[in-house]
Ligand binder design. Structure first.
Ligand SMILES: [Zn+2]
Length: 251
């Protein structure tokens, strides 16, 4: 399994926890021994426009560094999606995150909806007709849900649960009752970990989630699967949580 990463993701493009210094370094350190890294190209304006309105794109452009790194993050998601379609599961180790970016607005450390842009690109190339999106971040991905609301192109799942067991059961069941998708895309946020903001999941739970997503992809979509990074803010556990997920998710 390849990890999509660009050295510009180290840059501190703004002052929020997703852009914090050291956040990407800790993940790269945890992954570099076991995974091969690939550099993405930035997404083009055409790629962005499949999801976002022109005014929103202009709004993000006012901060040039945010715009440039945002385009690289979206490009990382696109590359992960393309590789997954070609039968090579991939993970976009990217930032800024994307799941709070709607077509015409954004918040929550997000600017462009990376996962939606990647899925729309595959649809525009007639490679896939639809995608299942599993978002296990602590926060509801309103941007992704808004983007695909009322659309048959993607189904969005955000499992919930007051405790660890309920959450993991909800996640597993939401995969078990779905079928008929060409690809599964994971919004992988690690802020629900017991030592992160959500205080719920253990590191090994991310392995289980990765494994279930892999099994889903093998049973339902010829193994086509990719993930992209969303949240996750405790640098002392983030690296091992991402690694745990990818060890379950890889072939
Ligand atoms: Zn989050």
């Amino acid at each position: 399994m390849k990890v999509i990463f660009h050295p510009r993701f180290y840059e501190v493009y703004t002052h929020d926890p997703a852009a914090a210094p050291g956040r990407m370094e800790t993940i790269v350190k945890a992954l570099e021994k076991d995974f091969e890294f690939v550099e993405p190209e930035p997404a083009t304006e055409r790629d962005l426009e499949r999801i976002h309105g022109r005014q929103h794109i202009q709004y993000v452009k006012r901060e040039l560094m945010v715009y440039e790194i945002g385009c690289l993050a979206a490009g990382g998601a696109i590359l992960a999606g393309e590789m997954a379609f070609d039968g090579k599961p991939a993970f976009g180790l990217i930032r800024p995150p994307g799941h709070h970016a709607s077509p015409h607005s954004c918040w929550g450390f997000c600017y462009f909806n990376n996962i939606a842009i990647a899925i729309k690109r595959l649809i525009s190339e007639n490679k896939i007709k639809n995608a299942l999106i599993l978002d296990f971040d602590l926060h509801y991905g309103d941007g992704t849900a808004n983007t695909f609301s009322g659309s048959k192109e993607a189904t969005y799942h955000h499992p919930e649960g007051a405790n660890r067991e309920i959450f993991m059961n909800d996640l597993q069941q939401s995969l078990q009752k779905e079928k008929g998708y060409d690809i599964i895309a994971i919004s992988a946020g690690f802020d629900r970990h017991e030592e992160d903001w959500g205080g719920l999941l253990k590191t090994e739970d991310y392995f289980s989630i990765g494994k279930w997503a892999k099994e889903f992809s093998i049973e339902n979509c010829n193994g086509r699967r990719f993930g992209v990074l969303e949240g996750g803010y405790n640098h002392s556990v983030l690296g091992r949580n991402v690694r745990s997920f990818l060890q379950g998710f890889r072939g």
